[in-house]
Design a protein around this ligand. Structure first.
Ligand code: TXA
Ligand code: MG
Length: 321
């Protein structure tokens, strides 16, 4: 990746307008929330979201949390049942993310949801986060602003020391009050389960609902998406590392020198472009393969976003249940 000059922006109107304009252009801006600093990108821009994975060096496409300014905006992206609205009334804005069914015509990049039919969403309570979301006027996908496997940042200085030269800007909004990531609750048909313990104590959630909720160690709790081997598998069978294409196959290519591709993830071998195209192209090529053919996929190098792309392709090619 080319070295960037990472700007440190103040959380005044001028700084926030600059931050919003970088985000609208598809750039990456770290910003404070009450939990930890998030690495923000336009959640509807696949290329911007792919750059988040690249900047973090994430080895897999874990779905990201979508941050919005208010409930009205949240409803464009997720469906809220009564239980969800009760939790929103009690705890938003605040350190809790809700995993909910996607709304129709949501327009989010599939990389944000990692191809799932649910989305994790929250309204952060931090004044600077609120002001930035209003200035940007749209949804921001934001994982914690640290390289994968490193400690989450709770000050602008932490972000700069880890991400300097890798992201476009950091908005300095001081220290994060909560200091640990948001609690994640999944709500399915009014049933609530805890996916991740975090800044909002689970006791507060249970007191609001009036009953206990399923915890990660319970067998009834949904698995976290990264553990699901073949989630979002295409209907057609998948063969990886294909250097040629058979007559009963359609080829999803990568790079300049592949013959017989129906679709190419990136003809120039650009990993960010390939990641941004991955989910949509998997869907398209599955449709093209239909019931007759299977899918062959060119080798993708295991560098940069190649780790996450290959991780996802391996799941798509895994034996089905
Ligand atoms: O406090 C926070 O939550 C911070 C700040 C920046 O908001 N963000 C954060 O994001 O911790 P991240 O990407 O580090 O963690 C997101 C978690 C992941 O464990 C992911 O698996 C889960 O949310 N997640 C996201 N979408 C999901 C979905 N549709 N279903 C289940 N889990 C989901
Ligand atoms: Mg994190």
């Amino acid at each position: 990746m080319t070295e960037l000059k990472t700007q440190i922006l103040c959380d005044d109107q001028n700084g926030l307008e600059q931050a919003a304009s970088i985000l609208s252009d598809g750039g990456l801006v770290a910003f404070p929330t009450e939990t930890v600093y998030g690495l923000g990108a336009d959640a509807c821009n696949g290329h911007a979201v792919a750059s988040v994975y690249a900047a973090k060096g994430r080895p897999s496409f874990n779905p990201l949390i979508v941050h919005v300014a208010d409930l009205e905006t949240a409803k464009r992206f997720a469906q809220f049942d009564k239980t969800a609205l009760d939790l929103v009334g009690a705890f938003w804005p605040g350190p809790v993310s809700l995993v909910l069914p996607l709304a129709k015509n949501h327009g989010l990049s599939e990389l944000v949801t990692a191809g799932l039919d649910t989305v994790a969403i929250r309204i952060p309570a931090h004044e600077t986060a609120q002001a930035l979301l209003k200035a940007f006027d749209g949804p921001l996908a934001a994982p914690s602003a640290n390289p994968s496997g490193r400690i989450s940042p709770t000050s602008a200085g932490h972000v700069s020391s880890d991400m300097d030269g890798i992201i476009d800007a950091v908005v300095d909004g001081g220290k994060c009050k909560v200091g640990i990531e948001s609690t994640i609750l999944k709500i399915e048909d009014d049933r609530v389960s805890l996916l991740r313990a975090g800044g909002l104590p689970v006791e507060a959630v249970e007191a609001c609902l009036g009953h206990a909720i399923a915890k990660p160690q319970d067998p009834k709790t949904p698995q976290s998406p990264g553990q699901l081997q073949s989630h979002y598998a295409p209907n057609a069978a998948v063969r990886l590392n294909a250097t040629s294409v058979e007559s009963n196959e359609v080829l999803l290519g990568f790079g300049a020198d592949v013959k017989g591709t129906v679709l190419n993830l990136s003809a120039t071998g650009d990993m960010i472009e390939a990641a941004a195209n991955l989910f949509a192209y998997m869907r398209n090529i599955d449709g093209i393969a239909g019931v007759e053919k299977s899918i062959a996929i060119s080798p993708i190098p295991m560098t940069g976003l190649g780790l996450a792309i290959n991780d996802r392709l391996k799941r798509a090619a895994a034996p089905r249940d």
